[in-house]
Design a protein around this ligand. Structure first.
Ligand code: NAI
Length: 334
């Protein structure tokens, strides 16, 4: 009897005993994201890494009374190795954000090498971890991580995710403003990539497919370029951080739910995806089911309108170039 109870207690703890590492944890996204991960009861070990400031963020967050230990690491004393060793999930918001007038692609030169080096360390120290990439341009940084890991023989396509959840959150919010509905009840599938025209919200799959053309066009444009509203309002002080932290925490939470074997955990994410692979578009965001192995199932895009078909065609053309740019970067620099 004692053994059975003890065993049950052990197995339920084991199912929610995860180490999560946040790389870039002292940044605008990293700080609130670290706080939100501290509030996730599946996380028992939270490792916060940044070039500067992570021990302070860790000390602060560690006082929140949830069941996890929090440690902060800098680059000294093999901090990155310590942060990554044993991690089940690694979330990467390290890099520079946009300033007004910049596209996400303008960040490539700075962020590409940051992401490559962090991915390489993840390949060395936690090759089995699920990697959630937030650093922009996501359309290219995800292929950079894939190529970097592949060179080490540590690439598992089922465990590499570009975080596009903010587009999903924006779509729910913005559609509720147009339709005067409760945003918590609005679910919009957003497919493609994570920048401008590669962001394709599938409004025809919602209950609002009858929107007049002018309202529909404006809504799609706002979802595609919603990030610009924040960049402009912050006026040089960066891009979305708080809503992004919420989006990142939701996505990483779903990855953890999948690892724990929960049923029907579905999110959209930019992953190596069979959907348009034959046309040369290796990475594409569609709904996926998350499971213990990472991606458990790739879902079809579903029915789309003629307008959405055109948007997907445009997205594919841009994505091909973004992906190629990432792949070439790794080939040329390693
Ligand atoms: P931030 O500048 O406030 O923070 C970035 C942090 O990364 C800093 O603390 C910096 O010290 C750290 N960092 C830089 N190089 C590093 C390295 N090699 N190792 C570890 N840490 C390093 O920037 P913010 O606003 O947090 O944005 C971070 C990234 O997230 C940007 O690339 C931004 O474009 C992207 N982003 C992505 C979104 C998405 O939907 N996927 C939405 C919003 C932003």
């Amino acid at each position: 009897m004692f053994n059975r109870v003890a065993r049950r207690a052990f197995s339920s703890t084991a199912a929610s005993n995860y180490k999560v590492a946040v790389l870039g944890a002292a940044g605008g996204i990293g700080q609130p994201l670290s706080l939100l991960m501290k509030l996730n009861n599946k996380v028992t070990d939270l490792a916060l890494y940044d070039l500067r400031g992570a021990p302070g963020v860790a000390a602060d967050v560690s006082h929140v009374p949830t069941n996890s230990t929090v440690k902060g690491y800098g680059p000294e004393e093999e901090g990155l190795k310590q942060a990554l060793s044993g991690a089940d999930v690694v979330i990467i918001p390290a890099g520079v954000p946009r300033k007004p007038g910049m596209s996400r692609d303008d960040l490539f030169n700075t962020n590409a090498s940051i992401v490559r080096d962090l991915a390489s360390a993840a390949g060395d120290y936690c090759p089995k971890a699920a990697l959630c990439i937030i650093s922009n341009p996501v359309n290219s940084t995800v292929p950079i991580v894939a190529e970097t890991l592949a060179k080490k023989g540590a690439y598992d396509p089922k465990k590499l995710f570009g975080v596009t959840t903010l587009d999903i959150l924006r779509a729910s919010r913005f559609i509720s403003e147009v339709a005067n509905t409760n945003p918590t009840q609005e679910k919009v599938s957003v497919v493609g990539g994570h920048s401008g025209v590669t962001i394709v919200p599938l409004i025809s799959q919602t209950t609002h497919k009858g929107l007049p053309k002018d309202k529909l066009d404006a809504l799609i444009n706002r979802i595609q370029f919603g990030g610009d509203e924040v960049v402009k309002a912050k006026n040089g002080a960066g891009s979305a951080t708080l809503s992004m932290a919420q989006a990142g925490a939701r996505f990483a939470g779903s990855v953890l739910n999948g690892l724990a074997g929960e049923a029907d955990v579905v999110e959209n994410s930019y992953v190596e995806n069979p959907v348009f692979a034959k046309e040369g578009v290796k990475f594409f965001s569609t709904p996926i089911t998350l499971g213990p192995e990472g991606v458990k199932e790739y879902h079809a895009i579903g029915e789309t309108s003629d307008l959405e078909d055109q948007l997907i065609a445009t997205a594919k053309e841009t994505l091909k170039k973004n992906i190629e740019k990432g792949v070439n970067f790794v080939e040329q620099t390693s």
